[in-house]
Design a protein around this ligand. Sequence first.
Ligand code: UD1
Length: 370
Amino acid sequence: KKIILVCGARPNFMKIAPLMHELKNHPQLEAVLVHTGQHYDTQMSGRFFEELGIPAPNINLEVGSASHAQQTARIMTGFEKVCLDEIPDFVLVVGDVNSTAACVLVAAKLNIKTIHYEAGLRSNDRTMPEEINRLVTDSISDYFFTTSADADENLLKENVAQEKIFMVGNLMIDTLEANLAKAAGAPQVFGLLNKPGKIDINDLSASGYGVMTFHRPSNVDEKASLERLVNIWGAVSQQIPLVFPIHPRTYKNIQQFGLLETISSFPNLYLIEPLGYLEFIHLVSRAKFALTDSGGIQEETTHLNIPCLTVRPNTERPVTVWEGSNKLIKIDDIEAEAAAIVRGEGKTGNNPKYWDGKTAQRIVAILETL
Ligand code: UD1
């Protein structure tokens, strides 16, 4: 059987890595890896392939950045040709990015069986591009691999047949488990973007620091909301130093909205380039807390049992709140919540079922039977 695996954007790479590794043990499944090129910088893509040992993609569609419609259309046009050339038995997509929805749509129209890993997650917030991608993908996929029981319930409510749903656990945690020890050796001296010089995390870790990431369009694409956030981050950094590996979307907006001077005025707010995977998980694993609007970091901090403050009105990953160390908070509450963590009152929790490093094994065992 031939299976095309699709990846496109940064959060896809840690999900594809353990699958590619496990598939090597199953030569009767022929894997073809397609990178759409949605993310293309070394920092957003290349480093993840190197560090996670992902084989070079068989095909790179090189679509690059564009508006949603343009990017989706380019992926579809390129991927249609790939499917026609390769004639796979299955197309497997992961996550909820534009590459996910675009490729599943192409495959379904060509009557190729489709598989969605990370199916069934719902924020119930259709202003998020990822929610649209999740709904589109799950409405036409044939098989559904899920990370938690709430996702199964969402799919059942949407009339997906129970026998098509497989609760397999979390591939991100396979990658985290496989790399934590190696990450402990990753360099932790980073050049600063908002002032001259470098920061050595070893100097910060004695007194404690928070890790911060923000890139959701709803938080960073408008000047007023980004400016408000910048000032709040500054205030929090006076309680505890904050290390901020900044996503290109956010950095471009900070520059464009004239906020670089403000963000540079806070001595304990350290803006650095987006990190590679090993550097990032080492940074998170030693942090007092994370302050974020990311999806994946909610899961990684839950597994590491590190308090996570997620600045969003909702989450498609509620198990991280019900069981894990994640808390959804409003922008207005960031300072008070961070102060509580500094006082040692951060939320702790438990690791959800099957977030155990063996998800790729479970998935590939099921792929053998489809
Ligand atoms: C995408 C995903 C989002 C995911 C995020 C992780 C969609 C709809 N969104 O959002 O779900 O959480 O990836 O990063 O698929 N850019 C670079 N270099 C790159 C890639 C992008 O500089 O390698 C810049 C470009 O200016 C681009 C901007 O970042 O316009 C945003 O990239 P894009 O892929 O459109 O969306 P993300 O915000 O990264």
